[in-house]
Design a protein around this ligand. Sequence first.
Ligand code: FPP
Length: 246
Amino acid sequence: MIMDGNGRWAKDRNFGRTRGHREGAKRVDEIVTACCRKGIKYLTLYAFSTENWNRPGFEVNMLMRLLVQHLKTMDKKLLKNNVALVAQGSLERLPKFVQLELNRVIRQTSTESPTLYLNLSLSYGGRQEIVDCARKIASEVAAGKYSIDQIDEELVRSRLYHPEIPDPDLLIRTGGEYRVSNFLLWEIAYTELYVTKTLWPDFGPAELDEALSTFSTRQRRFGKTSEQVAETEPAFETSGAAHGFL
Ligand code: FPP
């Protein structure tokens, strides 16, 4: 999910942007709980992009503090719902106090078979993920572990931040903008896109239901013809990921 529209939500009400982000953080909890109830196995949230570092210092600091405050109360809710927190991005760029709290909650919620993996994208950029992946593979080639001929899609995928998480079936963007903003560039090759004008602080379980019901009407062809797909699979077959809302 690309959680966009916190600023506009606040502006519409003559509030400061901080209030919009605080309201947005509350929606995160509601949506995580709703996803658990629906049996969704993986939820990746775009909480802070590499480009968000260019926002005014005040807003960046506020978002970092909000994230830590939220993590401090979120851990109990995650444990109650059997949610395992993971994170992805240039995490070393996050302030130390954020890294410490993030790592604490990741450790505390780590479990063999969670109901839901909650993947927080922080200081995340899709292009940077591909650059990091290229560096890993290049160093392995240099060390003689692989030849250039052995570089294929499977190897690239295995060197992304979370290869154990399947490609998303559905990407939801709130706030009405039709762009992907450097999110999961490799992983969304065959993902269904859903854009809603609803601003993130107004995006609740009913809006999630609406997105999922639209998704269930999509025919996923993965490059085949619609006739081929109709012969072999139900219209709403997933890419193989265990996304339980179907
Ligand atoms: C985009 O809205 C939102 C962000 C850059 C931050 C997202 C953060 C949260 C939802 C809260 C904290 C998250 C967690 C996980 C506790 P925008 O500010 O670009 O909105 P605008 O386009 O209306 O200005």
